[in-house]
Design a protein around this ligand. Structure first.
Ligand code: NDP
Length: 322
């Protein structure tokens, strides 16, 4: 005899600030949320050292501690936190339909509503020296970590809008910023390039790639190579920011949810609603512009409220029909 498949009222996928905030709100609304943490419990913040810009922490807090606190807050109201991956999912097209998911490629579960907060993963160059010095001066978020390099010389790599925006942001804080672009031109909008070119302490090096990040415990410099001439040079910096794009973690939803060309989930208007009834998206998985813990938390709250309204509407429809 086959075992009965567990049915969850509110399934939350992903355990960053968006997922945990959704869980806090959903649990307090008695939606009995179950959150699957994914491979990186706590999300991107667990790879950050200090978080100084999340309101309510006047002394700052380190990323992993903050995520533990968010988890405890969600659990306090009855959220069930489970270590595991949702490896596949079949989303219902019907209002009131049941969504069918599989945990760790083995266990089937069902959900009346789904909140997707699987986040996005920052891309890195893939150099061993870069990986070794992550958290030791290599960062993928200038807004998060730029402040720690106040008055210092830093470099940033990338040629898109993020790199241009973060380079000018860093130039306001740091003594000197070197922007490293691998082609002979930037992909960023003309307006952003104009800002870059008009910032006096910001130097752009085109056709330039990083061969090695120098330093044992912390970043001390970079060995650069001009990919046209092969010429090498060394520059002294204490920080290296990587701004070469993000990959939203949406592979399991492909073909089922509306997404943009990069794979970010498209939500409707100001809401967190996706194109499937009862399925909501919050945090970086649907936001390529702001990408902050606090904005992710805000949309997590919105997703729980949207899910609550959806479930209430489904229940009252069922009562009327009964
Ligand atoms: P993009 O994908 O637009 O740009 C990535 C950049 O990184 C490209 O210049 C690319 O170079 C470079 N790059 C990729 N891999 C490497 C590598 N291995 N070594 C060196 N350079 C590399 O990502 P963004 O994060 O900049 O932007 C994502 C989206 O968000 C875009 O649509 C952007 O317009 C939008 N955005 C908008 C903002 C705004 O409007 N305020 C702010 C931030 C982002 P190459 O050009 O050679 O391929």
């Amino acid at each position: 005899m086959s075992e009965k498949v567990e049915r969850i009222k509110c399934l939350i996928i992903g355990s960053g600030p968006a997922g945990y905030t959704a869980a806090i709100y959903a649990a307090r609304a008695d939606m009995k949320p179950v959150i699957y943490t994914g491979l990186e419990p706590g999300g991107q913040l667990t790879t950050t050292t200090e978080v100084d810009n999340f309101p309510g922490y006047p002394e700052g807090i380190d990323g992993p501690s903050m995520m533990v606190q968010l988890q405890q807050q969600a659990e306090r109201f009855g959220t069930e936190v489970r270590i595991g991956m949702i490896t596949s999912i079949e989303l219902s097209k019907e209002v009131g339909g049941i969504h069918k998911a599989v945990v760790d490629s083995v266990t089937p579960i069902e959900a009346e509503s789904v909140i997707i907060s699987t986040g996005a993963t920052a891309k890195y160059l893939g150099l061993p020296s870069e990986q070794r010095l992550r958290g030791g001066g290599v960062s993928a978020c200038a807004v998060c970590d730029g402040f720690f390099f106040k008055g210092q010389e830093v470099a940033i790599v990338g040629g898109g809008d993020t790199a241009a925006e973060e380079a000018t942001y860093l130039a306001n804080i740091c003594k000197k910023v070197t922007l490293l672009v691998r082609k002979g031109e930037m992909r960023a909008s003309k307006a952003m390039q104009h800002r870059v070119n008009n910032t006096s302490n910001l130097v752009v090096k085109y056709f330039t790639e990083i061969e090695e990040v120098l330093g044992e415990q912390v970043v001390e410099g970079l060995r650069l190579v001009n990919n046209q001439t092969g010429e090498k040079e060394q520059i002294e910096v204490t920080g290296l920011f990587i701004a070469i794009g993000h990959k939203p973690n949406t592979d399991i939803f492909k073909g089922q949810l509306d997404m943009d060309e990069t794979g970010y989930i498209i939500t409707q208007g100001k809401s967190t609603k996706t194109n499937k009834p009862g399925v909501f998206a919050s945090g970086d998985v649907q936001d390529k512009e702001y990408r902050q813990a606090i904005t992710a938390a805000g949309t997590g709250c919105m997703a729980a409220l949207d899910a609550e309204r959806y479930l209430a509407a489904v229940e009252s429809k069922e009562e009327v029909e009964a």
